[in-house]
Design a protein. Structure first.
Length: 273
């Protein structure tokens, strides 16, 4: 029996086509991911490719196209194990169980965001260009200062909308040099997504938890509600931020930060984080 031109015998038949074609090309997970990231400009790692191969997670469209290009195979064959009616990612299978808490007050939202930051030990992703809550920004700076192995990704969607965020970016660069490596790993990434018309995404995520603010339940101008999410959703959002930062324009020098214009316009309501 063959599939994708690869002989299938014995226990190999239990592997997905995505895994079998990688093995047929004699690629390790790390080697395949390196080639994948060259195509996408992203920051996927071996753990994600392994999860895609096993069906624990679904592959996004950009990486599907790139893997099809890399392996020279049709996506409907490579990802059949993810798309079949009887298969689902761990995240999909858990459904609403990934929601830890609905936050309906600004104080609860801020507390949860600070909690996610304080609990980060491996990865911390912060996105958006509107942050100005002093306690939240100080919590991020404290985490960067106190956790030298923490890899921090800061993704901007357009220039900062508040002077407080610009000052925060400067302080991050004072705390860490993005050019340095710890144990061979770059631990500070600051980038701005372009073009500026790209839809702004706002969330904070660590390896164990995340907070995503939805539209306010109380009014059009409020920033006072959120969803606290558990590990499975948080891991996916960390990857989202890593890929967004990898394809963003680096803003990793004092000069680059200070050259960013403040975006003037409608003044957001008090309480916007």
């Amino acid at each position: 029996m063959t599939l994708l031109g690869v002989a299938v015998t014995g226990s190999a038949g239990t592997d997905s086509a995505l895994k079998r074609v990688r093995l047929a090309k004699n690629l390790t997970l790390e080697e395949a991911v390196k080639q994948l990231n060259r195509i996408t400009g992203g920051a996927t790692d071996a753990s994600f490719l392994s999860a895609w191969e096993s069906g624990r997670k679904r592959t996004g469209m950009r990486n599907r196209r790139a893997l099809s290009q890399l392996y020279r195979e049709r996506p409907e064959a490579l990802f059949a194990h993810q798309d079949g009616r009887d298969t689902a990612s761990v995240l999909e299978a858990t459904g609403t169980a990934v929601v830890v808490r609905i936050l309906t007050r600004h104080t609860d939202l801020l507390e949860a965001m600070v909690g996610v930051v304080a609990g980060a030990r491996e990865h911390l992703v912060v996105t958006g260009s509107r942050s100005r809550e002093k306690a939240y920004l100080e919590a991020i700076e404290t985490a960067v200062a106190q956790e030298p192995d923490l890899v921090h990704y800061r993704v901007l969607y357009g220039p900062p909308r508040h002077r407080g965020l610009s000052d925060h970016l400067v302080r991050l660069l004072e705390l860490r040099d993005p050019g340095e490596r710890r144990n061979g790993v770059k631990t500070l990434h600051v980038g701005m997504v372009e073009p500026l018309r790209a839809m702004e995404r706002y969330f904070v995520a660590s390896e164990t938890a995340a907070v995503v603010p939805p539209p306010s339940f109380h009014g059009a101008d409020g920033f006072d509600c959120g969803v606290l999410l558990g590990r499975e959703a948080a891991v996916g959002l960390v990857q989202h931020g890593r890929e967004a930062c990898a394809s963003a324009r680096p803003v990793e020098t004092m000069e680059a930060v200070r050259a960013l214009p403040l975006r003037h316009g409608a003044t957001p309501e008090r309480g916007e984080a």
